[in-house]
Structure formats: C-alpha cells, structure tokens
Design a protein around this ligand. Structure first.
Ligand code: DP6
Length: 330
C-alpha cells in the first residue's frame, strides 16, 4: 500500500488593503489587488496523507471530524492537486489552529496556505513560491497572501497565471503588533465566499475599486518607509470603504457589533491624543488594532477595559508557509 505524507505550517494574515469581490469566483481572480501582514505566533499546522484504498477524503479540524461544506470545499481543492500530479488517491487531512476557532480569525487563509504546501509536497510537487501562492488562491483568495512571509501584496493579475502574492517587506522590516480585540458575536456572519458574490450589488463597489490603485500605492509606501501615520490613514479608510460596500449590498451585510464600533472610536480618540494606533476589520466583528511594538502593552491594557472585549490575541509580523519535520497531530 502506498502512502504519501507531508506536514506544513502557516499563519493567518490581516488585510491592510482589502480583497472584496471577484472577477471569477471559481478561480478566485479578485477585482482588486490587496496587501496584508502575516500574523506570526498564530499558527495552523496541517498534515496530509494520501493513501491507496481510502474511499474518500477526510478532514479532522481541531480534533473534530468535519463533513458538509468544509469537507466538500477541501475535496474540491484536493482534486486540483490530484489533477496537477495525475494521482488519484484520496487523503486524510488533519489540521489544528493554535488560535481560538470561535474567535472569528480568518482561518481559511492559513488553512489553504498550509494545505496547498502539504498536499502538493505529499504528491511530489516542489512548487515555486508564486505557483504555491496561485494554488492556495484556488482554495481561498486570501490564502495566497499567507504563502510568502512578512508584508505581502497580492497582484490581481490578468489571469490565473499572474494572480499571486509576493513579499514586499520581510517580517523583521517593521515591528508592528496586531492586537486582535475579540468581540462576542451574536450570530454567525455570512462567510466571505458568499460575501464576495454580493460585492457588485453595492452602488459603492465601483467607487471603492476606482481608488484601490492609489490606496495600494499609499499602503506599500507607508510600509516601505515605516510611516505609521500614513499607514493609519490608508488602512482605516480602506476598511471603512469595504464595510460601507458590505452594508450597502443586497442583501446588506453588517459584520460590526456595537462593541466593534466602540473600539474603533476609542482607537481614533487615542490617536487624536497622540498615540500611534489604528484599526482594521475583516469580515467579522473583531477589531484588529495595530500599533508599533513599544505601544502594545499600554494599548492592550486599555483595550481590555472596553466592555464587550472578551479576549485579546497578539501577533507580530509572521514568516512564510513552511514544511514541518513531521506531524504532531495524529
Ligand atoms: C474581508 O479569502 O476569506 O478578509 O476566497 O472566498 O475564501 P474566499 O474569501 P476570503 O476573503 C477575505 C476577505 C477579507 C479581506 C481580505 O482578507 O483581503
């Protein structure tokens, strides 16, 4: 009996300039380029074993066997890897996050970055970073940004061939901290894949897209120059624009909770008082509060005092998706 195994580790990422809306929902070709930072310290480990004789793919996430949509999405992704290699075997996939799953941290990015690396390696492919990023993109758009390390840009590209992400600055370039203020969510929000399909129904999406090129330039320069003030301006604007699109789509998507807005207002107030701090939110109520490392402890204590903040996760710029020596999950 033949078995082919590999294990990979990756980090989730927080988008500074957001991906929202696809030109092609199957290939996940985005309407606009995006920029993000990998979240070091938050980790997904994924072990993949392809084995002759398995009747189907299986997925165990944080010790619990998964079925339904998450399994069929995984199986569809593994079909792509099987097609690339000509192999037909099914796989056992075991994956674990070291960050709380219920906390609403985008785990599909780290999930598909780690899966793309582990599955392609297990079946004998040794992909270059850009091709691994393209492969991860097919599983989840934002996953292509968790393949390279540090501060990362995803160029929207013309087609599948050139829509991939690359490092614009390594993790050690800038000691930024992301304090994720976790807010209790009352109901499960609509997932990103559904949300992307609604983006074009908002009358604001065109205006958001028209200015994305300028915001990408401003964000890239702010990162390269370590200019926190410029970064604050552009990422808060970009987050607000994406949420305005979400709120004005049909049906409307409101990801914010009252506590999310309370945190955003506090962050703005602290900045007006002279602190280096800013916010951004992905498709959920949790607020990513960014600041230079030296301000992190003070801001963490202040965030903890805001009613509705249930916990605070902390991450520094993280490295690329990489292989691990062996699986510690089986
Ligand atoms: C709001 O990458 O999760 O976090 O491609 O359908 O998996 P799928 O969507 P996903 O969308 C991320 C949306 C976002 C913004 C971002 O990460 O850029």
């Amino acid at each position: 009996m033949s078995t082919y195994s590999s294990t990979a580790i990756s980090h989730p990422n927080i988008a500074f300039i957001k991906y929202w809306g696809n030109r092609d929902n199957v290939l996940r070709l985005p309407e606009n380029g995006s920029i993000s930072m990998n979240l070091g310290g938050l980790i997904t480990q994924t072990c993949v074993t392809f084995e002759d004789g398995l009747p189907e793919d299986t997925l165990t996430l944080n010790g619990v066997s998964s079925t339904g949509k998450s399994l069929s999405r995984l199986a569809g992704f593994l079909d792509q890897v099987r097609r690339m290699t000509g192999k037909k075997m099914y796989a056992r996939v075991t994956t674990e996050n070291n960050f709380p799953t219920g906390a609403g941290i985008a785990s599909s990015a780290s999930a598909y970055a780690a899966l793309a690396l582990a599955a392609s390696r297990a079946l004998g492919l040794d992909l270059e970073e850009r091709d691994l990023s393209r492969l991860a993109r097919l599983g989840s758009g934002s996953a292509c940004r968790s393949v390279p390390g540090g501060f990362v840009e995803w160029q929207k590209g013309q087609s599948d061939a050139d829509s991939y992400a690359f490092t614009i600055a390594p993790p050690q370039h800038w000691a930024l901290i992301d304090l994720v203020a976790v807010v209790q969510s009352e109901r499960k929000p609509v997932g990103s894949s559904e949300g992307h399909k609604l983006a074009s129904s908002s009358p604001l999406q065109k205006a958001r897209l028209a200015g994305t090129g300028r915001r990408l330039d401003a964000c890239r320069s702010a990162i390269l120059n370590r200019d926190f003030e410029a970064l604050s301006r552009v990422i808060e604007l970009d987050s607000n624009l994406m949420h305005a699109v979400m709120m004005t789509s049909t049906p409307p998507l409101f990801y914010w909770q009252p506590a999310s807005l309370a945190i955003m207002k506090q962050v703005q107030y602290w900045r007006h008082q002279g602190m280096a701090v800013c916010y951004t939110l992905d498709a959920g109520p949790n607020v990513h509060v960014l600041c230079p490392q030296e301000a992190a402890e003070k801001i963490r204590l202040r965030l903890a005092d805001i009613p509705g903040v249930s916990q605070i996760l902390q991450a520094a710029p993280g490295g690329p998706a990489h292989l691990a020596d062996g699986c510690t999950l089986d």
